[in-house]
Design a protein around this ligand. Sequence first.
Ligand code: GDP
Ligand code: MG
Length: 264
Amino acid sequence: PSSGNGLPNFRRKPVIIIVVGMAGSGKTTLMHRLVCHTHMRNIQGYVMNLDPAVMTLPYAANIDIRDTVKYKEVMKQFNLGPNGGILTSLNLFATKFDEVISVIERRADQLDYVLVDTPGQIEIFTWSASGAIITEAFASTFPTVVAYVVDTPRSEDPTTFMSNMLYACSILYKTRLPLILTFNKVDVAAHQFALEWMEDFETFQAAASSDQSYTSTLTQSLSLVLDEFYNNLKSVGVSAVSGVGMEAFFKTVEASAEEYMETY
Ligand code: GDP
Ligand code: MG
């Protein structure tokens, strides 16, 4: 958005970091590690939890959907199962999201980052109306980036890697926000293989062809398509458990926020 004098009418701070990724990729653990890092480095961060169904969080959230929406009550009241309960809770919260934005705006001068944790099941946030509303509310007010968390050891399997990249690709084109491929769990498996696969699709095709299934043929064709997508991405390797890669992560966030400021 532009304010007519050529200057963007949103603030430069804080940068919103929306953490998404497949269930089990390590979003919540990574959030905790990022919070620890900001405390250690005296970076001013605000932490938001958008998972209504999480039982306990390893970090203290400044804004927590669970304070506003009681997921179990929502399930009972609307006669829903767990997924419907989570989705409806997020919808209810989205209707009040202007208040959340106001809270952050009032503190904007003292904040460098807002870290946002999303529900365990990725599609509840990325393919729902409320997820889109929340993302749009952030992105129209503050520089906003998406950290797409990848389970690196699991992605050593070419087909899993491809599924993950397709999902990330769909998020990039849907949100049109800078996307950081955040290869997590590098304490278990280094993400070098992923960088090589992204750099050179023939290397990836060679890995995929060792699997003779029809999915591998599809996977090989798709790798050509994704080549263009990779050019639009930044990637970083981290471990939420060991703490490796935190400096690199925040550097990449800064670069992505710059990209946001130039593009939007
Ligand atoms: P979420 O569903 O994406 O929020 O994932 P969680 O943060 O709950 O993590 C899922 C599992 O992966 C947990 O057992 C974590 O301990 C584990 N995990 C998360 N990050 C790492 C990591 O960097 N290294 C290792 N080895 N395990 C991790
Ligand atoms: Mg989680």
